[in-house]
Design a protein around this ligand. Structure first.
Ligand code: UD1
Ligand code: CA
Length: 463
């Protein structure tokens, strides 16, 4: 059976008090709306349509490439939003299952979505609705079952969902709540949506009214009670954004630990959903790993490090380092306090030490930049040592220029390499040199003012 999904995301999100649409606020580097979309993809849903308002160009752009878009002209309710989705080219004639989730509920999992789809197929239901029990159900739609008012623990088929504002005392006492996530039979949903009205306390078109209509049509409605209430958590405020982030952090870190990664303080480690960690990686406190970062076996990351879109090989040590789009091959080390900018590539066993900034440069195998250096637009060979305080002067105020340093070169401390410049293999550069001319292989280059000594100068001067 084909499977489609609708992600409702046309809400205003006023409680965020933000210029930005609510569903574009991020947790762990991923916008809220992209979390359910990722869960749907993981569950194997073929066709995802996101419902946005007409002015939500930023949301439409964020989801483009992963989902289609439906425009809901006015926010007339969840039923109207679903109708807008069902009217798109993608869903107009669609036959099969349609999952409905919310763009502001990032914690929904692929497993839960899968269980909704499987339950509908198994029971040939018009709808399967995901429900949860709440001690305080106030605010949620209540699940009314056939035996809701006759049994202490009702388990009958669902006959209706009643919204808080439309609930009488008996409805309000029901503790089983509507999560807002469903799996519908597409044709049955289309039929029901054509008939829902806004004749209710809020004057809205309720998607929840589709339930009673399906029942009138003789279709079965199944409630699937979730064991994991967190899955249904919705974000309406920045406080809830932080709560959702914390839950996601726990899920992600737990999964890594279960797969063989050590974190002794997982509450102080933030790892994005697309990061991959090999076995026996250890992550120390205050580490943030984001984007497509990958870490190889036995590497030690942290404390106090932030890696984004960075690839780290096996057996590396990364201490108090910020890295963006950088690469460390096996056995490389960075920090404490290194800054590896885009295109920084430490080859096997290479080192970027304390207060070292590297940009768009290859540091050859076993080469070391141990202290206080800036290396930009450079090709550094193997076995090179770059002394403390040395820098590539790669920018002349208008253009960037390249520096090359041959294998085995020894660059004395405080050397300025004024690019473009090429330093040959096994060259030695004297400390404090300003190198402006190419240096041939195996040469010694010294470019600094000669030292002058004036004996007995101090006492004379102080007189
Ligand atoms: C809805 C359900 C309620 C359920 C609750 C769970 C209805 C009528 N009620 O209530 O039974 O317990 O979710 O959280 O469906 N949206 C649109 N367009 C609209 C209105 C809403 O896209 O015109 C989107 C919102 O952005 C949001 C989602 O739909 O992501 C839910 O809307 P919201 O107004 O929060 O529904 P509730 O009143 O909370
Ligand atoms: Ca809500």
């Amino acid at each position: 059976m084909r499977e489609a999904a609708i992600v409702l995301a046309a809400g205003a999100g006023t409680r965020m008090k933000s210029k930005k649409p609510k569903v574009l606020h991020e947790i762990l580097g991923r916008p809220l709306v992209m979390w359910p979309i990722a869960a749907l993809a993981e569950a194997g849903v073929d066709e995802v349509t996101v419902v946005t308002g007409p002015d939500d160009a930023a949301i439409q752009e964020a989801v483009s490439g992963t989902a289609g878009v439906a425009i809901q002209q006015e926010k007339l309710g969840t039923g109207d939003a679903a109708k807008a989705a069902m009217a798109t080219e993608a869903l107009k004639g669609f036959e099969g299952s349609v999952v409905v989730v919310y763009g502001d509920c990032p914690l929904i999992t692929a497993d839960t979505i899968r269980s909704l789809l499987d339950a509908r197929a198994r029971e040939d239901a018009g709808c399967v609705v995901l429900t949860f029990r709440a001690e305080d159900p106030f605010g949620y739609g209540r699940i009314v079952r056939e035996d809701s008012f006759t049994e202490a623990s009702p388990s009958g088929e669902v006959v209706a969902i009643v919204e808080q504002k439309d609930a009488d005392e008996a409805h309000a006492a029901i503790t089983e709540c509507n999560s807002g996530f469903y799996c519908f039979d597409a044709a049955a949903l289309r039929d029901a949506l054509a008939r829902i009205t806004n004749d209710n306390a809020q004057g809205e078109y309720y998607l929840t009214d589709a339930i009673a209509l399906l029942r009138e049509d003789g279709r079965k409605v199944v409630a699937l009670e979730t064991a994991c209430v967190e899955d249904c958590f919705g974000v309406n405020s920045r406080v809830q954004l932080a709560e959702a982030a914390r839950i996601m952090q726990q899920r992600i870190n737990r999964a890594h630990m279960e797969a063989g990664v050590t974190m002794l303080a997982p509450e102080l480690v933030w790892i994005g959903p697309d990061v991959t960690l090999a076995r026996d990686v250890e992550i120390l406190q205050n580490v943030t790993l984001m984007g497509s970062t990958r870490i190889g076996e036995d590497s030690l990351i942290g404390p106090d490090s932030r890696l984004t879109d960075t690839v780290v090989g096996a057996g590396c040590t990364v201490d108090e380092t910020v890295a963006v789009e950088a690469q460390l091959d096996d056995g490389a080390t960075a920090g404490p306090r290194a800054y590896l900018r885009p295109g920084a590539h430490l080859c096997a066993g290479a080192k970027a030490g304390t207060h070292v900034e590297i940009k768009k440069s290859i540091i050859g195998a076993g080469s070391k930049v141990p202290h206080l250096s800036y290396i930009g637009d450079a090709m550094v060979g193997t076995g090179v040592n770059i002394g403390a305080g040395s820098i590539t002067c790669n920018y002349d105020g208008a253009m960037k220029h390249a520096t090359t340093i041959g294998d085995g070169a020894f660059i004395g401390s405080d050397t300025m390499m004024v690019a473009p410049v090429a330093i040959g293999r096994d060259v030695t550069v004297g400390a404090g040199s300003v190198i402006t001319k190419d240096v041939p292989d195996e040469a010694l280059a010294v470019a600094r003012a000669r030292e002058s000594i004036y004996e007995g100068w101090t006492p004379r001067h102080r007189k």
